[in-house]
Design a protein around this ligand. Structure first.
Ligand SMILES: *Cc1c(COP(=O)(O)O)cnc(C)c1O
Length: 434
């Protein structure tokens, strides 16, 4: 076990970040990577293998970001790499159908009970955007309901905050999103059945779809409480609205077949991404056969993509799905994640620091707060400054955490009991010194 504190080198990452900022907005291709929430310079990654990442300065870290959950089998997993190499050697893109995409689509429909037919796309954003279009076409309605703190990619309709009061029109949360479009998105508090019921009583006949992360993963991990997803299912069914599960994180993460299998609630449409692309750009939306029959060219709802069903990404996805069919995979992940959470909670208790852990399988997060965290509002009460100190202390000790208090930790099959034990030891040190 490593207990000496090595001084972390940062010169190469600093130089790269300075150059990056000149040519890329904020120096990054996705905002959270810039470390604004925790301060400091983001380490630039040189390479990664298994559970570990090496940065441009040669520092080595145990990774708990795992490409934001995509890499459930670890970095550069040999069977995924071999599949990618073999596929690339046969040609990287054809813009024509291939056997591989049929195989992956079949594997997805086997794994997800509510996905009878599926279309492959290149990002979760695209999957959500397309599913919303299908729902609006199917219902001939325009209003979509989402929950506060849930992230569904960056399409205009989803970049919307709650207006004043419950079930009011939304307001754009980003410049560039037209107010007229944002007004069609209603934002409700998560895990609040009264608010849900009120929204449907007031506007049920206008609602095309409700979209939900069955386990909120983008404002820290907050699971739906028992009965909440069932209530969403009942309300949508009664109102003739479409229920969309955004399983971009939870699909193949909280168990085989995702949250819809784990919790036994059947959505009309599902969005998938991250894990099913094996670390390459691939996502999917699918669901009821009749709804998917609306998609062009079978139906009138337009949806397309030059790189959709890309053969290299598809090969990675198939390899990943095969890995996750092995027996005991999810039990191992669950056991290690439980040990890690218990250890970090103990460390905080010993140091007298209030800390809450929310966990579903191998996705979890820690909130520096005393009370239960059941919603985005609860999550926002957590101590962000304390998180930033924790993040910095862990980074110095060689642990790569998401650079925001409001992101999940993800465990992979490459994380060993020893990684977990070292993480708990480091958390003890950091808590004692902060
Ligand atoms: C990551 C994510 C998305 C967006 O996927 P991208 O591939 O980043 O566009 C959508 N929904 C959820 C729940 C996500 O976690």
């Amino acid at each position: 076990m490593e207990d000496r504190v090595v001084v972390r080198r940062v010169g190469a990452s600093e130089a790269l970040f300075a150059k990056a900022k000149a040519v890329i907005p904020g120096g990054v291709n996705s905002p959270v990577r810039a470390y604004r929430a925790v301060g400091g310079v983001p380490p630039f990654v040189a390479e990664a293998c298994g559970a570990e990442v090496v940065d441009a300065d040669g520092n080595r870290y145990v990774d708990y970001v795992m490409s934001w959950g995509a890499l459930i089998a670890g970095h550069a997993e040999p069977s995924v790499v071999a599949a990618v190499q073999a596929a690339a050697a046969r040609g990287t893109s054809f813009g024509a159908p291939t056997a591989g995409e049929v195989e992956l689509a079949a594997a997805i429909t086997r794994a997800f009970p509510a996905v009878e037919r599926v279309r492959l796309v290149s990002s979760g954003t695209e999957a959500v955007m397309s599913a919303l279009r299908v729902a609006r076409a199917a219902t001939k309605r325009d209003v979509v309901v989402k929950f506060d703190g849930h992230y569904h990619g960056h399409s205009d309709a989803m970049l919307v905050n709650a207006g004043s009061g419950l079930a009011t029109f939304g307001v754009p949360s980003s410049p560039g999103v037209p107010a007229a479009l944002a007004a069609l998105t209603v934002t409700l508090p998560f895990n609040n059945r009264d608010a849900l019921g009120a929204a449907f009583r007031e506007r049920g006949r206008e609602i095309a779809a409700v979209i939900v992360e069955p386990v909120m993963g983008n404002m820290g991990v907050v699971p739906a409480e028992p009965g909440f997803l069932e209530a969403v299912r009942d309300e949508t069914a009664r109102a003739g609205a479409i229920l969309i599960f955004d399983e971009v994180i939870t699909g193949m993460r909280v168990g085989p077949g995702g949250a819809q299998t784990r919790f036994g609630v059947r959505p009309d449409l599902s969005c998938l991404g991250k894990i099913i692309g094996g670390g390459l750009p691939l996502a999917a939306f699918g669901g009821r056969a009749d709804l998917m029959g609306l998609v062009a060219p079978e139906g009138p709802v337009y949806q397309a993509g030059t790189l959709s069903g890309n053969p290299v990404a598809v090969a990675a996805g198939i390899a990943m799905m095969k890995l996750l069919e092995r027996n005991g995979v999810y039990d191992d992940l669950d056991r290690r994640a439980a040990t890690l959470c218990a250890g970090v909670l103990d460390a905080a208790r010993n140091a007298g620091i209030p800390l809450v852990a929310n966990r579903v399988g191998s996705m979890f997060s820690f909130f520096f707060t005393g009370g239960a965290v059941r919603s985005a509002a609860d999550a926002r009460r957590a101590d962000a400054a304390r998180f930033a100190r924790f993040h910095a202390g862990m980074l110095e000790r060689g642990f790569w955490l998401a650079p925001s208090a409001f992101e999940a930790w993800f465990l992979s099959l490459a994380h060993t009991d020893e990684h977990v034990a070292r993480t708990v030891t480091a958390a003890n040190e950091v808590f004692r010194s902060s």
